[in-house]
Design a protein around this ligand. Structure first.
Ligand SMILES: Cc1ncc(COP(=O)(O)O)c(C=O)c1O
Length: 397
């Protein structure tokens, strides 16, 4: 057999973020003292009320298949959160639960993208969007944003790229990797464009509860006229420190999308884990105090990280308004010691100074690296000390 892999599998790139965590773990297992700024997950343990709910579910014998799109208990809890937090009214029929928000997104792209369809991704974007679109046979159309505008796109730069093949736009705010939170004014202008061009919106709102500076979150579906056009994606991974449970979900007014994504899931994974669903239901329905506590800690870490990055000559950033990453501009160092892009810079940091970060290339900018501040303050201080030394070394090269 001269060609084992399908074209789509052969062309697929592995997740850059997961690859760097693997390398970091490998070095740690060899006893190297690595500072990990690569992680895309909270370092907190899952709150105990949630862990207890998982145990109770097991003890009750809830170990069987559940409905493909999630238990009634969990879907009711999701409906409750949308209503309580944002006044967004969904019925349980509008919710599909999957094995992580990543899986929800995968199902959505499989459900709505035909070969040749164009999906707009705003760069810098989360690494998986273009790959998932391509895997579904679609064409990701990336639109650059500038640091001088805080990574908020200009509406004209989006409208200029809409073609008869454009099907949808994917939004993610606060964003991974930049932490940008779009202004209400921008969201309203975008809604107007979406309406005029008759597009679908996939809004990945996984960091909605990790918003700083007393910011108020605006789900895209709450912008007048947008609920029927929006598929909202969220999950429990980031908000409740539950990355390993693998529970994400979508909410859509369109029953076509609900049915199609459920069918796709029914032919692939079936339902997400019953135990994880019970834990997620408790997470969403119970008291939300830990969410605020974790958010406040992340905000303090953000302040520290931003302050330390700003103390390194040659590095610059746009202060993130949410999520737990800083997207640091390293263009000043390109050309030094044979470093030609973000992967070289990240490799230099890891190999010479034992700091793991994620190169910006796979996020759509080769002039940046992503540092996660989902780690303790003393780790942030030590890691930034090493980065400062590395940058001084490059400056003197
Ligand atoms: C923007 C964004 N969307 C989705 C996900 C996936 O989350 P989950 O762990 O629920 O699959 C992540 C995780 O890194 C993310 O950063």
């Amino acid at each position: 057999m001269n060609r084992i892999l399908s074209k789509r599998a052969a062309e697929l790139k592995p997740s850059a973020t997961l690859a760097i965590s693997a390398k970091e773990k490998e070095l740690k297992s060899q006893g190297v003292d690595v500072i990990g700024f690569g992680a895309g997950e909270p370092d907190f343990p899952t709150p105990s009320r949630i862990r207890e709910a998982a145990k109770r579910s097991l003890d009750k014998g809830e170990t069987f298949y559940t409905p493909v799109g999630g238990t009634l208990e969990l879907r009711k809890a999701i409906v409750h959160r949308f209503a309580e937090d944002y006044g967004l009214m969904y019925k349980v029929e509008n919710i599909v639960v999957s094995c992580g928000a990543k899986h929800s997104l995968y199902n959505i792209f499989q459900a709505v993208v035909d070969p040749g369809d164009e999906i707009i991704c705003l760069a810098p974007y989360w690494v998986s969007y273009p790959e998932m679109v391509a895997l579904a046979g679609g064409r990701p159309v990336t639109i650059e944003t500038s640091e001088s505008r805080g990574f908020e796109p200009e509406i004209e730069s989006i409208s200029d790229r809409i073609s008869p093949a454009t099907k949808a736009i994917i939004l993610n705010y606060p964003s991974n990797p930049t932490g940008v939170m779009y202004s209400r004014k921008f969201l309203e202008k975008l809604a107007d464009l979406i309406e005029r061009k008759d597009l679908l919106v996939i809004s990945d709102e996984i960091y909605d509860k990790l918003l700083f500076d007393d910011g108020r979150y605006t789900p895209f579906a709450t912008i007048p006229g947008m609920k029927s056009r929006t598929v909202t994606v969220n999950g429990v991974s980031k908000t409740y420190a539950m990355t390993g449970f693998r529970i994400g979900y979508l909410a859509a007014d369109s029953m076509e999308i609900v049915k199609a994504t459920t069918n796709i899931q029914s032919q692939s994974t079936s339902n997400p884990s019953s135990t994880a669903q019970a834990a997620a239901a408790e997470a969403l329905i119970g008291p939300q105090t830990e969410v605020i506590e974790m958010r406040n800690i992340f905000e303090r870490r953000r302040d520290l990280m931003v302050e330390l990055v700003n103390q390194v000559p040659g590095l610059s950033l746009v202060t993130p308004q949410g999520a737990f990453y800083v997207f640091v501009n390293i263009s000043y160092f390109l050309g030094s010691k044979g470093i030609t892009g973000s992967s070289d810079f990240a490799a230099y940091l890891l190999e010479n100074h034992y700091v793991a970060c994620v190169p910006g290339g796979p996020f759509g900018s080769d002039e940046h690296i992503r540092l996660s501040f989902a780690t303790k303050e003393d780790v942030i201080i030590e890691g930034m000390k090493r980065i400062k030394t590395a940058c001084e070394e490059l400056n003197n090269a």
